[in-house]
Design a protein around this ligand. Sequence first.
Ligand code: GDP
Length: 341
Amino acid sequence: MEKKKRTKVKNLELNDYVEGILQSKIPILARAITLVESNLQEHTKLAQELLSKVIPYSGNSIRIGITGSPGVGKSTFIEKLGLYLCDKGNKVAVLAVDPTSVVSKGSILGDKTRMEQLSKHPNAFIRPSPSGGALGGVGRKTRESIILCEAAGFNVIIVETVGVGQSEILVRSMVDLFALLILPGGGDELQGFKKGTVELADVIIINKADGENYHLAKVTMNEYKQALHYVSNATSGWEPKVLLASSLNGVGIEEFWNIVENFRKVTFESGVFQLRRREQVLDWFYSMVKETVLNSFFSNSKVSEMLQELEEKIFTGKISPSYAVQKLFEELNYEIIDGNK
Ligand code: GDP
Protein backbone atom coordinates (compact mmCIF):
# COMPACT_ATOMS: atom_id res chain seq x y z
CA MET A 1 0.00 0.00 0.00
CA GLU A 2 2.71 2.38 1.14
CA LYS A 3 4.85 1.45 -1.84
CA LYS A 4 2.03 2.01 -4.30
CA LYS A 5 1.41 5.43 -2.86
CA ARG A 6 5.01 6.39 -3.28
CA THR A 7 5.12 5.22 -6.92
CA LYS A 8 2.12 7.37 -7.67
CA VAL A 9 3.73 10.60 -6.57
CA LYS A 10 7.19 9.77 -7.87
CA ASN A 11 8.88 12.85 -9.18
CA LEU A 12 9.70 12.63 -12.83
CA GLU A 13 13.06 13.70 -14.17
CA LEU A 14 13.43 15.74 -17.32
CA ASN A 15 14.18 12.63 -19.36
CA ASP A 16 11.11 10.80 -18.04
CA TYR A 17 8.98 13.65 -19.31
CA VAL A 18 10.71 13.89 -22.69
CA GLU A 19 10.64 10.16 -23.37
CA GLY A 20 7.08 9.77 -22.10
CA ILE A 21 5.83 12.55 -24.32
CA LEU A 22 7.67 11.35 -27.40
CA GLN A 23 6.21 7.90 -26.76
CA SER A 24 2.72 9.44 -26.55
CA LYS A 25 2.17 8.39 -22.96
CA ILE A 26 -0.95 10.26 -21.93
CA PRO A 27 -0.38 10.20 -18.14
CA ILE A 28 3.05 11.73 -18.69
CA LEU A 29 1.62 14.33 -21.08
CA ALA A 30 -0.99 15.23 -18.45
CA ARG A 31 1.71 15.62 -15.81
CA ALA A 32 3.83 17.70 -18.17
CA ILE A 33 0.91 20.06 -18.70
CA THR A 34 0.47 20.31 -14.94
CA LEU A 35 4.14 21.24 -14.81
CA VAL A 36 3.80 24.08 -17.34
CA GLU A 37 0.68 25.26 -15.53
CA SER A 38 2.48 25.45 -12.21
CA ASN A 39 3.64 28.82 -10.93
CA LEU A 40 6.32 27.36 -8.68
CA GLN A 41 9.78 28.46 -9.66
CA GLU A 42 11.32 24.97 -9.62
CA HIS A 43 8.53 23.72 -11.89
CA THR A 44 8.90 26.63 -14.28
CA LYS A 45 12.57 25.84 -14.76
CA LEU A 46 11.94 22.17 -15.47
CA ALA A 47 9.01 23.05 -17.73
CA GLN A 48 11.19 25.35 -19.81
CA GLU A 49 13.88 22.67 -20.15
CA LEU A 50 11.24 20.19 -21.21
CA LEU A 51 9.79 22.57 -23.77
CA SER A 52 13.18 23.21 -25.35
CA LYS A 53 13.65 19.46 -25.72
CA VAL A 54 10.28 18.78 -27.33
CA ILE A 55 9.82 21.90 -29.46
CA PRO A 56 11.62 20.28 -32.42
CA TYR A 57 8.93 17.58 -32.42
CA SER A 58 6.02 20.02 -32.34
CA GLY A 59 4.13 21.90 -35.03
CA ASN A 60 2.82 18.99 -37.04
CA SER A 61 -0.86 19.69 -36.54
CA ILE A 62 -3.77 21.86 -37.43
CA ARG A 63 -4.70 24.18 -34.57
CA ILE A 64 -8.37 25.09 -34.48
CA GLY A 65 -9.98 27.69 -32.22
CA ILE A 66 -13.67 27.36 -31.45
CA THR A 67 -15.74 30.03 -29.75
CA GLY A 68 -19.37 30.87 -29.08
CA SER A 69 -21.69 31.91 -26.27
CA PRO A 70 -22.49 29.49 -23.48
CA GLY A 71 -25.16 27.04 -24.58
CA VAL A 72 -24.57 27.46 -28.32
CA GLY A 73 -23.35 23.86 -28.50
CA LYS A 74 -19.55 24.08 -28.45
CA SER A 75 -18.93 20.95 -26.44
CA THR A 76 -21.51 18.97 -28.41
CA PHE A 77 -19.89 20.12 -31.65
CA ILE A 78 -16.34 19.43 -30.47
CA GLU A 79 -17.30 16.01 -29.18
CA LYS A 80 -18.87 15.02 -32.50
CA LEU A 81 -15.99 16.49 -34.48
CA GLY A 82 -13.46 14.83 -32.20
CA LEU A 83 -15.10 11.41 -32.49
CA TYR A 84 -15.33 11.77 -36.26
CA LEU A 85 -11.64 12.64 -36.49
CA CYS A 86 -10.46 10.02 -34.01
CA ASP A 87 -12.34 7.34 -35.93
CA LYS A 88 -10.48 8.44 -39.03
CA GLY A 89 -7.21 7.76 -37.20
CA ASN A 90 -6.40 11.29 -36.08
CA LYS A 91 -5.25 12.13 -32.59
CA VAL A 92 -7.28 14.98 -31.16
CA ALA A 93 -6.39 17.18 -28.19
CA VAL A 94 -8.95 19.57 -26.78
CA LEU A 95 -7.69 22.43 -24.64
CA ALA A 96 -9.74 25.24 -23.15
CA VAL A 97 -9.23 28.89 -22.36
CA ASP A 98 -11.81 29.93 -19.84
CA PRO A 99 -11.79 33.65 -19.05
CA THR A 100 -14.34 33.17 -16.28
CA SER A 101 -12.01 31.00 -14.25
CA VAL A 102 -9.46 33.83 -14.32
CA VAL A 103 -11.90 36.26 -12.76
CA SER A 104 -13.71 33.95 -10.37
CA LYS A 105 -13.43 30.41 -9.17
CA GLY A 106 -16.40 29.42 -11.29
CA SER A 107 -15.99 28.16 -14.79
CA ILE A 108 -18.18 28.07 -17.88
CA LEU A 109 -15.86 25.74 -19.71
CA GLY A 110 -13.56 22.98 -18.77
CA ASP A 111 -15.45 20.70 -16.48
CA LYS A 112 -14.92 17.05 -16.94
CA THR A 113 -18.46 15.86 -17.44
CA ARG A 114 -18.54 17.49 -20.84
CA MET A 115 -17.57 15.46 -23.91
CA GLU A 116 -17.94 12.23 -22.05
CA GLN A 117 -17.70 9.96 -25.08
CA LEU A 118 -14.74 11.75 -26.58
CA SER A 119 -12.84 11.71 -23.30
CA LYS A 120 -13.03 7.91 -23.33
CA HIS A 121 -11.65 7.59 -26.85
CA PRO A 122 -8.05 6.33 -26.90
CA ASN A 123 -7.11 8.86 -29.60
CA ALA A 124 -8.42 11.85 -27.67
CA PHE A 125 -7.04 13.99 -24.89
CA ILE A 126 -9.17 16.61 -23.15
CA ARG A 127 -7.77 19.18 -20.77
CA PRO A 128 -9.73 21.87 -18.93
CA SER A 129 -8.56 25.47 -18.80
CA PRO A 130 -5.61 26.34 -16.60
CA SER A 131 -7.02 28.24 -13.65
CA GLY A 132 -5.81 31.25 -11.73
CA GLY A 133 -3.62 34.11 -12.77
CA ALA A 134 -4.19 36.69 -15.46
CA LEU A 135 -5.39 35.83 -18.94
CA GLY A 136 -1.82 36.41 -20.18
CA GLY A 137 -0.64 33.58 -17.94
CA VAL A 138 -3.41 31.31 -19.15
CA GLY A 139 -2.32 32.14 -22.70
CA ARG A 140 1.26 31.12 -22.06
CA LYS A 141 0.19 27.89 -20.41
CA THR A 142 -2.14 27.02 -23.27
CA ARG A 143 0.49 27.73 -25.91
CA GLU A 144 2.96 25.53 -24.08
CA SER A 145 0.35 22.80 -23.72
CA ILE A 146 -0.20 22.90 -27.49
CA ILE A 147 3.51 22.24 -28.01
CA LEU A 148 3.46 19.32 -25.57
CA CYS A 149 0.38 17.77 -27.20
CA GLU A 150 1.90 18.05 -30.65
CA ALA A 151 5.14 16.49 -29.49
CA ALA A 152 3.03 13.65 -28.07
CA GLY A 153 1.65 13.03 -31.55
CA PHE A 154 -1.66 14.89 -31.50
CA ASN A 155 -2.28 16.19 -35.01
CA VAL A 156 -5.52 18.06 -34.38
CA ILE A 157 -5.50 20.62 -31.58
CA ILE A 158 -8.78 22.24 -30.66
CA VAL A 159 -8.74 25.27 -28.37
CA GLU A 160 -12.15 26.13 -27.03
CA THR A 161 -13.17 29.43 -25.49
CA VAL A 162 -16.32 31.42 -24.74
CA GLY A 163 -17.52 34.57 -26.41
CA VAL A 164 -15.82 37.09 -24.17
CA GLY A 165 -13.74 39.54 -26.23
CA GLN A 166 -10.24 39.25 -24.79
CA SER A 167 -10.11 35.47 -24.64
CA GLU A 168 -11.19 35.21 -28.27
CA ILE A 169 -8.41 37.51 -29.41
CA LEU A 170 -5.98 35.47 -27.33
CA VAL A 171 -7.10 32.17 -28.83
CA ARG A 172 -7.08 33.65 -32.35
CA SER A 173 -3.41 34.44 -31.77
CA MET A 174 -2.53 30.80 -31.14
CA VAL A 175 -4.49 28.89 -33.78
CA ASP A 176 -4.43 28.46 -37.56
CA LEU A 177 -8.17 28.50 -38.06
CA PHE A 178 -10.79 30.18 -35.91
CA ALA A 179 -14.43 29.09 -35.95
CA LEU A 180 -17.43 30.84 -34.43
CA LEU A 181 -20.58 28.98 -33.43
CA ILE A 182 -23.82 30.93 -33.40
CA LEU A 183 -27.51 30.19 -33.00
CA PRO A 184 -30.17 30.59 -35.66
CA GLY A 185 -31.93 33.97 -35.49
CA GLY A 186 -30.97 36.07 -32.55
CA GLY A 187 -32.91 39.26 -33.24
CA ASP A 188 -32.17 42.21 -35.49
CA GLU A 189 -28.52 42.45 -34.73
CA LEU A 190 -26.34 39.79 -36.21
CA GLN A 191 -24.76 38.09 -33.23
CA GLY A 192 -21.06 38.41 -33.10
CA PHE A 193 -20.85 41.55 -35.17
CA LYS A 194 -21.21 43.78 -32.14
CA LYS A 195 -18.23 42.24 -30.43
CA GLY A 196 -16.10 42.05 -33.51
CA THR A 197 -15.79 38.30 -33.17
CA VAL A 198 -16.88 37.75 -36.75
CA GLU A 199 -13.82 39.64 -37.90
CA LEU A 200 -11.67 36.99 -36.26
CA ALA A 201 -13.49 34.04 -37.79
CA ASP A 202 -12.53 31.89 -40.79
CA VAL A 203 -15.64 29.76 -40.44
CA ILE A 204 -19.06 30.59 -39.02
CA ILE A 205 -21.21 27.66 -37.96
CA ILE A 206 -24.93 28.17 -37.46
CA ASN A 207 -25.55 25.39 -34.95
CA LYS A 208 -28.86 23.85 -33.90
CA ALA A 209 -30.04 23.98 -37.50
CA ASP A 210 -32.61 21.28 -36.84
CA GLY A 211 -36.33 20.84 -36.18
CA GLU A 212 -38.28 24.08 -36.07
CA ASN A 213 -35.06 26.07 -36.24
CA TYR A 214 -33.96 24.76 -39.60
CA HIS A 215 -35.65 27.43 -41.69
CA LEU A 216 -34.49 30.24 -39.43
CA ALA A 217 -30.97 28.83 -39.57
CA LYS A 218 -31.00 29.08 -43.36
CA VAL A 219 -32.15 32.70 -43.17
CA THR A 220 -29.39 33.43 -40.65
CA MET A 221 -26.83 31.76 -42.89
CA ASN A 222 -27.79 33.99 -45.81
CA GLU A 223 -27.70 37.09 -43.64
CA TYR A 224 -24.18 36.25 -42.54
CA LYS A 225 -23.05 35.49 -46.05
CA GLN A 226 -24.29 38.94 -47.09
CA ALA A 227 -22.85 40.74 -44.10
CA LEU A 228 -19.44 39.11 -44.49
CA HIS A 229 -18.92 41.06 -47.71
CA TYR A 230 -18.41 44.13 -45.52
CA VAL A 231 -15.92 42.55 -43.15
CA SER A 232 -12.24 42.14 -43.88
CA ASN A 233 -10.98 38.56 -43.97
CA ALA A 234 -9.45 37.18 -40.80
CA THR A 235 -6.96 35.25 -42.92
CA SER A 236 -5.43 36.77 -45.99
CA GLY A 237 -6.65 35.03 -49.16
CA TRP A 238 -9.46 33.17 -47.38
CA GLU A 239 -13.08 34.23 -47.55
CA PRO A 240 -14.88 33.14 -44.38
CA LYS A 241 -17.27 30.27 -44.93
CA VAL A 242 -20.71 29.95 -43.36
CA LEU A 243 -22.35 26.57 -42.82
CA LEU A 244 -25.27 24.97 -41.04
CA ALA A 245 -24.79 22.31 -38.42
CA SER A 246 -26.78 20.20 -36.06
CA SER A 247 -24.15 18.98 -33.65
CA LEU A 248 -26.68 16.94 -31.80
CA ASN A 249 -27.34 14.88 -34.95
CA GLY A 250 -23.81 15.02 -36.27
CA VAL A 251 -24.87 17.13 -39.27
CA GLY A 252 -22.31 19.56 -40.65
CA ILE A 253 -19.33 17.89 -39.01
CA GLU A 254 -17.91 16.40 -42.19
CA GLU A 255 -18.60 19.61 -44.12
CA PHE A 256 -16.74 21.57 -41.47
CA TRP A 257 -13.78 19.23 -41.68
CA ASN A 258 -13.69 19.53 -45.47
CA ILE A 259 -13.56 23.30 -45.04
CA VAL A 260 -10.69 22.93 -42.57
CA GLU A 261 -8.78 20.69 -45.01
CA ASN A 262 -9.36 23.15 -47.80
CA PHE A 263 -8.28 26.05 -45.58
CA ARG A 264 -5.09 24.23 -44.71
CA LYS A 265 -4.38 23.51 -48.39
CA VAL A 266 -5.09 27.06 -49.61
CA THR A 267 -3.17 28.83 -46.84
CA PHE A 268 -0.28 26.38 -47.01
CA GLU A 269 0.13 26.87 -50.73
CA SER A 270 0.01 30.65 -50.39
CA GLY A 271 2.43 30.56 -47.44
CA VAL A 272 -0.06 32.35 -45.17
CA PHE A 273 -0.22 29.33 -42.88
CA GLN A 274 3.53 29.23 -42.29
CA LEU A 275 3.79 33.01 -42.01
CA ARG A 276 1.05 33.15 -39.37
CA ARG A 277 2.77 30.44 -37.33
CA ARG A 278 6.03 32.37 -37.41
CA GLU A 279 4.29 35.59 -36.43
CA GLN A 280 2.49 33.80 -33.63
CA VAL A 281 5.77 32.59 -32.14
CA LEU A 282 7.06 36.14 -32.11
CA ASP A 283 3.80 37.34 -30.63
CA TRP A 284 4.17 34.71 -27.94
CA PHE A 285 7.75 35.81 -27.27
CA TYR A 286 6.74 39.44 -26.86
CA SER A 287 3.77 38.60 -24.64
CA MET A 288 6.13 36.68 -22.42
CA VAL A 289 8.61 39.54 -22.32
CA LYS A 290 5.79 41.87 -21.28
CA GLU A 291 4.45 39.42 -18.73
CA THR A 292 7.89 38.96 -17.21
CA VAL A 293 8.61 42.68 -17.08
CA LEU A 294 5.26 43.39 -15.45
CA ASN A 295 5.55 40.55 -12.96
CA SER A 296 9.06 41.40 -11.88
CA PHE A 297 8.18 45.10 -11.71
CA PHE A 298 5.17 44.64 -9.47
CA SER A 299 6.77 41.99 -7.28
CA ASN A 300 9.59 44.35 -6.42
CA SER A 301 8.99 45.32 -2.78
CA LYS A 302 10.52 48.76 -3.28
CA VAL A 303 8.06 49.40 -6.10
CA SER A 304 5.01 48.43 -4.09
CA GLU A 305 6.20 50.59 -1.20
CA MET A 306 6.65 53.56 -3.50
CA LEU A 307 3.38 52.91 -5.29
CA GLN A 308 1.51 53.10 -2.05
CA GLU A 309 3.17 56.37 -1.12
CA LEU A 310 2.66 57.91 -4.55
CA GLU A 311 -0.93 56.72 -4.73
CA GLU A 312 -1.75 58.64 -1.58
CA LYS A 313 -0.11 61.80 -2.87
CA ILE A 314 -1.96 61.54 -6.16
CA PHE A 315 -5.21 60.85 -4.37
CA THR A 316 -4.92 63.93 -2.16
CA GLY A 317 -3.95 66.06 -5.16
CA LYS A 318 -0.40 66.75 -3.98
CA ILE A 319 1.26 65.51 -7.16
CA SER A 320 0.15 64.65 -10.68
CA PRO A 321 0.17 61.07 -12.01
CA SER A 322 2.83 61.90 -14.57
CA TYR A 323 5.10 63.38 -11.93
CA ALA A 324 4.56 60.27 -9.85
CA VAL A 325 5.52 58.03 -12.76
CA GLN A 326 8.66 60.07 -13.33
CA LYS A 327 9.60 59.79 -9.67
CA LEU A 328 8.97 56.07 -9.65
CA PHE A 329 11.17 55.37 -12.64
CA GLU A 330 13.97 57.61 -11.47
CA GLU A 331 14.03 55.62 -8.31
CA LEU A 332 13.80 52.34 -10.18
CA ASN A 333 16.59 53.06 -12.59
CA TYR A 334 18.75 53.60 -9.62
CA GLU A 335 17.75 50.24 -8.30
CA ILE A 336 18.19 48.38 -11.56
CA ILE A 337 21.69 49.77 -12.10
CA ASP A 338 22.62 49.08 -8.53
CA GLY A 339 21.84 45.39 -8.98
CA ASN A 340 18.45 43.93 -9.67
CA LYS A 341 18.98 40.83 -7.53
P1 GDP B 1 -21.75 24.93 -24.87
O1 GDP B 1 -22.09 25.61 -23.59
O2 GDP B 1 -21.58 25.90 -25.99
O3 GDP B 1 -20.62 23.96 -24.76
O4 GDP B 1 -23.07 24.08 -25.29
P2 GDP B 1 -23.41 22.52 -25.12
O5 GDP B 1 -22.68 21.73 -26.14
O6 GDP B 1 -23.24 22.15 -23.71
O7 GDP B 1 -24.95 22.50 -25.55
C1 GDP B 1 -25.93 23.22 -24.85
C2 GDP B 1 -27.27 22.54 -25.09
O8 GDP B 1 -27.64 22.62 -26.44
C3 GDP B 1 -27.27 21.06 -24.72
O9 GDP B 1 -28.48 20.75 -24.11
C4 GDP B 1 -27.14 20.37 -26.06
O10 GDP B 1 -27.73 19.09 -26.06
C5 GDP B 1 -27.90 21.33 -26.98
N1 GDP B 1 -27.41 21.26 -28.37
C6 GDP B 1 -26.12 21.29 -28.77
N2 GDP B 1 -26.05 21.21 -30.10
C7 GDP B 1 -27.33 21.12 -30.56
C8 GDP B 1 -27.89 21.01 -31.87
O11 GDP B 1 -27.23 20.97 -32.90
N3 GDP B 1 -29.26 20.98 -31.93
C9 GDP B 1 -30.05 21.03 -30.85
N4 GDP B 1 -31.35 21.00 -31.02
N5 GDP B 1 -29.54 21.13 -29.59
C10 GDP B 1 -28.19 21.16 -29.45
